[in-house]
Ligand binder design. Structure first.
Ligand code: BES
Ligand code: ZN
Ligand code: ZN
Length: 482
């Protein structure tokens, strides 16, 4: 799918044209004939938000202008249009957005484009060609839109789709090695550095958390490091992003109950995928910010050699952890990555992880959970970005009382706390492993959906890419102005 900017106002006669009008006080586009207008007026009474009429060989859509200044209704409207275009098998959509604000038009287009994602690898060719999204091109008209706006949106969609693809691939394909190879390829394409640490190196560094979780696996672990440092970067100290890359989570020897709870666990690498996707997006869009990414990756399985409940492991920072539940594996691999991050003396460390069922139970798929010890300013900026792109964030408390249940009678700490406030004790566990200003984002509820929710389709959502791209864009602008 390609999004372009048109220099001239589109008119009826194209394959499909979209106009935005005020349904209460309609101002119709030129060249509509009396029959079309009659049909439109009939449909306005039906309380639709998009009206479709056919005139000569052209498909005309009239979309209802929204009153709110919020952008999300426009993304949702874009999703509605995607369903109509798919029914009509339309290929090229021309959008006359002159009556909207440029950002409203871009949000509409984003919703339309994100709705065009399909994961069709495992369908036979005939089924694939039927299911594929028919729209291949979206042409935008707005007097204040420049080519760069469309290019950036193309990049953002591409990065989000890549993340969705990686999350949707089953573990038999998307193991740690394959994941790191994907990131290397994208690094070459978009010009950011990627280094992959393999099993021997991970062992020689003594990343005890990552090694322990990997012990039951048939595949070796990887630790992927990305760096994006454009010459125009506005920050002196890097931001470090850390992503949980559990390629599949069976729970290990503390096996998850087999009825349903394992079905979606290929999504347990969505944090790592989102971090990789953010690099791809930032580099393609040449956002002037210096960022480092760390993605520890392995699956978590039971096996003769698997780590066990009761084991004590020595982490990369030297702390000893008593493993009380092998299903609390994400925090073990993230902990080593957080310690690794300190060597960069980061401005801020943010991790993204499908970390706890507790976060999902608390607020469902409507927002991700964030917490940490960084200054309020960073939380505010993240929250703003989340609201802007509608990847919303809710801040949880991070009081030291939540550390208490992590005490172990025989080691520095254990890997689970109490059942209550499980999302927070997971965050508190992680805090032991970093000396930097830190924010933890739990995406367990938002990374993967079992049913379509507007433009967030069933499967991997790509959550994190739009959020962090917007966050870094905002930061690079404020820093430029400082
Ligand atoms: N990967 C899971 C968390 C998860 C749950 C992700 C639902 C996506 C959807 C994580 O590794 C896990 O198993 N967490 C346990 C921790 C518990 C054993 C302390 C949980 O949340 O139940
Ligand atoms: Zn687990
Ligand atoms: Zn997990």
């Amino acid at each position: 799918m390609l999004i372009n900017v048109l220099n001239t106002k589109p008119s009826i006669g194209n394959e499909a044209v979209v106009f935005f009008i005020d349904f209460e006080n309609p101002n119709y586009p030129e060249k509509l004939n009396a029959g079309s207008i009659e049909s439109i007026e009939r449909q306005i009474l039906l309380d639709k938000s998009i009206i479709e009429v056919h005139q000569s060989k052209s498909c005309i859509f009239l979309a209802k202008k929204k009153e709110e200044t919020d952008l999300e209704p426009y993304r949702k409207l874009g999703n509605e249009l995607s369903q109509l275009t798919q029914k009509e098998k339309l290929g090229v959509i021309t959008i006359d957005g002159h009556s909207l604000q440029p950002n409203e038009l871009l949000a509409f287009t984003e919703g339309l484009a994100l709705s065009g994602y399909r994961f069709l690898t495992y369908f036979k060719p005939e089924a694939r060609s039927k299911k594929i999204f028919s729209v291949t091109q979206i042409d935008l008209y707005h007097p204040n839109l420049i080519e760069r706006d469309a290019e950036n949106l193309n990049h953002l969609i591409k990065a989000t789709f890549w993340v969705r693809d990686m999350v949707n691939e089953p573990v038999s394909v998307m193991n740690a090695i394959r994941f790191s190879k994907e990131v290397v390829l994208k690094g070459q394409e978009a010009s950011f550095n990627v280094e992959v640490l393999h099993k021997m190196k991970i062992e020689s560094l003594r990343m005890g958390g990552l090694m322990a979780v990997n012990r039951g696996s048939i595949d070796p672990p990887t630790f992927t490091i990305c760096e994006y440092k454009p010459t125009q970067a506005t920050n002196k100290k890097p931001f470090v992003l850390v992503g949980k890359g559990v390629m599949y989570d069976t729970g290990g020897l503390s096996l998850k109950p087999t009825l349903n709870s394992m079905d979606q666990m290929k999504c347990d690498m969505a944090g790592a995928a989102a971090v990789a996707g953010t690099f791809y997006s930032l580099a393609l869009q040449q956002v002037p910010v210096w960022v480092i990414g760390l993605m520890p990756a392995t699956d978590n399985r039971p096996d003769g050699n698997a780590y066990t409940p009761g084991d004590v492991i020595t982490m990369y920072n030297g702390l000893h952890v008593e493993v009380m539940n092998t299903d609390a594996e994400g925090r073990l691999i993230l902990a080593d990555a957080l310690t690794y991050a300190d060597q960069y003396e980061p401005e801020l460390v943010i991790d993204l992880a499908t970390l706890t069922g507790s976060a999902q139970m608390a607020i469902g798929q409507e927002a991700s959970v964030m917490m940490g010890n960084a200054s309020d300013m960073w939380f505010q900026k993240l929250e703003e970005a989340g609201t802007e792109v509608h990847e919303r964030l809710v801040r949880f408390p991070f009081w030291d009382e939540y550390k208490e249940p992590l005490k172990s009678p025989i080691a520095d700490l254990k890997n689970i706390g109490k059942r209550e406030a499980g999302a927070i004790s997971a965050g508190k566990f992680l805090e032991h492993f970093t000396k930097s200003p830190y924010i933890h984002i739990d995406i367990a509820g938002t990374a993967f959906l079992t049913a379509d929710d507007s433009y967030r389709l069933q499967g991997g959502t790509g959550v994190g890419v739009r959020l962090l791209t917007d966050f870094f864009k905002k930061i690079s602008i404020t820093q430029q102005n400082d």
